[in-house]
Design a protein around this ligand. Structure first.
Ligand code: PGA
Length: 225
């Protein structure tokens, strides 16, 4: 069975309280379906939201793994404002690295992103390494790869799934056959076509993940593919 990853990326949205309401709403909906074990639901939330989300996931034994949206390239020490990989170990199993918004707004470089990926691996966590295309450098320590064409992010329209499929294949071939996901304007209307492409092993969902009902609908559709 093809392993499929559904990654919700809240970006810089949701207070602690809003996050809890979101997860409780999703939990109610999920209680009505069975999520097959080949589907991995990963919720990437702001650092501040993660501990209270973790409590709910544990208490309700939800089929959800948590992820951070960023991590320090350094270990613990004198790096004011940073959250390092070791600190995340108790709360998440995944870390999103090198999202195009971090490269653009925070000027994260390939060297820093490689360090972040290595820190994540050292801590025993998994990384979702984001790239904008096959030409971008991907550290060998990355667990899975997320291909996100910047023109499709928040654009309201996905890239042509056949093109994404070709690009995901190329990225995978160049990187030790790692699994590659697609991200950029994925919704319940586009998810089936994207995930039935052979080289696409999951999707990242930004805008459409902010509403728990929309995110549930995506999970429900993918569960019955
Ligand atoms: P979007 O964001 O679904 O809102 O296009 C995807 C992402 O940036 O991960």
């Amino acid at each position: 069975m093809k392993q499929l990853y559904l990654v919700a990326n809240w970006k810089s949205n949701k207070s602690i309280e809003e996050g809890k309401i979101w997860l409780n709403t999703l939990s109610e909906k999920l209680s009505g379906i069975t999520v097959p074990t080949h589907i991995h639901i990963i919720l990437c939330a702001p650092f501040i939201d993660l501990p209270s989300l973790q409590e709910i996931v544990k208490m309700k034994t939800l089929p959800i793994e948590l992820g951070a949206q960023d991590v320090s390239p350094y270990p613990s020490g004198a790096y004011t404002g940073e959250v390092n990989a070791q600190m995340l170990v108790d709360v998440v199993t995944w870390v999103l690295i090198g999202h195009s918004e971090r490269r653009k707004h925070f000027h994260e470089t390939d060297a820093e992103l490689t360090q972040e990926t290595q820190e994540v691996q050292k801590a025993g966590l998994n990384s979702i390494y984001c790239v904008e295309g096959p030409q971008q450098l991907i550290p060998k320590e990355a667990t899975i790869i997320l291909y996100e064409p910047t023109s499709a992010i928040g654009a309201g329209k996905t890239e042509d799934p056949s093109l994404s499929n070709d690009i995901c294949r190329e990225i995978s071939e160049k990187n030790n056959a790692k699994l590659v996901l697609y991200g950029g304007s994925v919704t319940q209307d586009s998810v089936t076509e994207i995930l039935t492409k052979s080289n696409i092993h999951g999707v990242a969902i930004g805008g459409a993940s902010l509403d728990p009902i929309q995110f549930f609908q995506i999970i429900n559709i993918v569960s019955s593919l």
